[in-house]
Design a protein around this ligand. Structure first.
Ligand code: ADP
Ligand code: MG
Length: 634
């Protein structure tokens, strides 16, 4: 038995490694830096804890969430390990005690929150003893691209360079002189520098590269694994917004579809759907609502009852799910388009943890993009707004109200949002006294990057919906997980399980489709509003909803492509809009095939598992279709 396996059994009490854990552990024990990207629940903690024990000495764990630190610490303590934690939730005395134990070499694990590294004297204290391993949990928070970007992580790479000691590999950034100077004073240092391992469940390729760069470990080994879920059948349906509650009720009335989670785009919609489900099932279905607007006690009760099997369905906003460990969730329904592929994947991942067949059903329509536009404008104010607030700040510490008075024409809501963003990106610094002073001048670049990235995330979700290839394969490609197992065979794309309740287009719809294609083929693409106007010039009384439903259908057929775009108007304001373009497929075959086109009537759900159906004659083969779209999916 290898020594790693012995530690696994003796110290952790696990009989075997999960897939790829052993490989990761071995690599870290051998001294390599690593980036571990695996889905939540895959067992990433073991990937630093076990090598930490094997390397002997103390493993330093940097983790951004106090609740997660607490959870990990109590699990390790329960396994009899020597663990301490230092963060703002601890008393000065407790922290002092932890430092002493660390310096004496008594600890196997020391957990710290990243902001500790900014406390004068603390990094110097840590540097007196070289850790055996440095782990950064939830590493996506390091990335400037990620929406969870935390300013405390800004100088992490630099600090780690000194901390890891030895011949700092890539952890450059002026680390070498410090390391050389302090090397002599380091106590009980294991030979060689400490490897760094970064762990996260949510990182796109862009974020992965950024993490490695920020940490100064460009040659770290990447372990991106475990994203394939073989028991979740994913289906995407176009359903008009008002019909979604009813559609969810029909789905959940099917056999074996409970327990279930329904994700709603807003609190209000969550409440509406929850009420609708209860009503539709005439009391036979126990549904509860969960969102951040409810008080903590209510949320806890709702969650407990769901876990205990006393509630059949939770209708929730995305506030629900962190740390939820319920193995038998059979269905996850999204009553609206998610804001990102990562978020969507995370949410449907709560289905079927027990490995039994489960379903994920996404309802969307064109209108969802408008909802997202609204959230986007609200949550990511334009740079000019931030600029105003930044200019109003100065070296003199002032309250938020004072700052707001100086800013002038700007709603309080967008002022608050701008202030929050400036704090995150370092443009304004908040003191412990709650007063604000001016920070760095270079907040703009990271903010703009993050804003663009957010916008792109939304576009990727639209691409996912429109993509004609296997849903699971789309995820694997998205995360950069290269397992070679091919298409899932159970999603709507693999089974072509199209809705049975489709109908032919009415003659009016056909006319709208024809006019739309004609207008587009004479342009390089048009904004959705302009396109609607043009169609309206030839056909009277085309309401926007009907028009958008037709554009949506054309999008699904791959005849047009809808993407977000933006321009700057005369007053320098960035205006974002949806742009529609005709595809080659639309040019070549669109108008001629309109008679074959079918539109979903109402949402109806089959009782059975999605089964393979004979493709309709006009359908291109999946291979032919996906190759057409491969550019858009990459
Ligand atoms: P992640 O950080 O990837 O979300 P965790 O590290 O918290 O996941 O692990 C999830 C659960 O799986 C934990 O309860 C952990 O104890 C358990 N686990 C991890 N590895 C193994 C293993 N090899 N055998 C059994 N259970 C494991
Ligand atoms: Mg974890």
């Amino acid at each position: 038995m290898s020594s790693l396996r012995a530690i696994l059994q003796d110290r952790f009490g696990f009989s075997d490694f999960r897939s790829s854990q052993e490989q990761v552990c071995q690599s870290i024990v051998d001294g390599h830096d690593a980036l571990v990207v695996m889905p939540t629940g895959a067992g990433k903690s073991l990937c630093y804890q076990l090598p930490g024990l094997a390397r002997k000495g103390t493993t330093l764990v940097i983790s951004p969430l106090l609740a997660l630190i607490d959870d990990q610490v109590s699990k390790l303590v329960a396994k009899g390990m020597r663990v301490e934690q230092i963060h703002s939730g601890r008393t000065r005395e407790q922290s002092r005690e932890a430092c002493i134990r660390y310096l004496k070499g008594e600890l196997e694990f020391l957990f710290i929150a990243p902001e500790r590294l900014a406390v004068p004297g603390f990094p110097e204290m840590l540097e007196k003893r070289r850790p055996a391993l440095i782990a950064i949990d939830e590493a996506h928070c390091i990335s400037q691209w990620g929406h969870d970007f935390r300013p405390e992580y800004r100088r992490l790479g630099e600090r780690l360079g000194r901390l890891r000691g030895g011949g700092a590999t890539g952890a450059s950034l002026g680390a070498s002189t410090g390391a050389a100077a302090s090397a002599a004073a380091v106590i009980g240092a294991p030979t060689g520098s400490a490897p760094i391992v970064a762990l996260t469940a949510t990182a796109t390729k862009l974020v992965q590269d950024d993490i490695l760069q920020q940490l100064g470990i460009p040659s770290a080994k990447k372990f991106i694994q475990g994203f394939r879920r073989t028991n979740i059948a994913i289906r995407v349906h176009e359903v008009p917004v008002p019909d979604r509650g009813q559609a969810a009720a029909e789905i959940l009335a099917g056999k074996g579809r409970l327990p279930a989670i329904v994700y709603a785009p807003t609190r209000k919609v969550a409440e509406e759907i929850s009420a609708k489900l209860t009503k539709a099932a005439k009391g036979k279905l126990r549904a509860s609502c969960y969102h951040a607007g409810l008080d903590a006690d209510t949320r806890e009760t709702v969650q407990e009852q769901f876990l205990a099997g006393k509630t059949d369905v939770i209708v929730a906003t995305i506030a629900f799910g962190m740390g939820i460990d319920k193995a038998d969730v059979r269905t996850v329904i999204h009553a609206g388009l998610s804001g990102s592929v990562e978020g969507y994947y995370q949410e449907i991942g709560r289905a079927g943890r027990d490995g039994l067949p489960s379903e994920a059903i996404l309802m969307h329509s064109f209108a969802d993009q408008r909802t997202h536009d609204f959230f986007f404008e609200r949550d990511y104010p334009e740079v000019s707004v931030l600029d105003q607030v930044h200019r109003a700040s100065s070296a003199r510490a002032r309250t938020a109200d004072e700052l707001y008075d100086d800013v002038g024409k700007c709603s309080r809501e967008s002022f608050d949002k701008a202030l929050e963003k400036l704090r995150i990106h370092g443009g304004i610094v908040a003191g412990l006294d709650g007063l604000f002073t001016r920070g760095t001048a270079d907040w703009k670049m990271t903010y703009e990057r993050q804003r663009l990235h957010r916008e792109k995330s939304l576009q990727q979700m639209v691409d996912f919906v429109q993509s004609t290839s296997c849903r699971m394969s789309y995820f694997l490609k998205y995360f950069g997980d290269r397992d070679a197992k091919g298409d899932c065979g159970i999603c709507d794309r693999c089974t072509r399980a199209d809705s049975d309740s489709s109908r032919e287009l009415t003659s009016k719809e056909k006319t709208i489709a024809k006019l739309t294609l004609a207008a587009l083929s004479q342009s390089n693409g048009l904004s959705i509003g302009r396109l609607h106007e043009q169609v309206g010039e030839y056909q009277r009384g085309v309401d926007r909803k009907l028009f958008e439903a037709v554009v949506d259908l054309l999008g699904q057929e791959g005849w047009v492509h809808v993407r977000r775009d933006s321009f700057t108007n005369e007053s320098g304001k960035l205006i974002s809009y949806r742009r529609v373009e005709i595809t080659d497929l639309g040019e070549s075959s669109g108008a001629g095939e309109l008679d074959d086109l079918r539109i979903a009537e109402a949402f109806a759900v089959s009782e059975k598992e999605p089964k393979a159906r004979k493709p309709r004659s006009r359908r291109r083969t999946p291979a032919a279709r996906s190759s057409r779209w491969s550019g858009a999916e990459a």
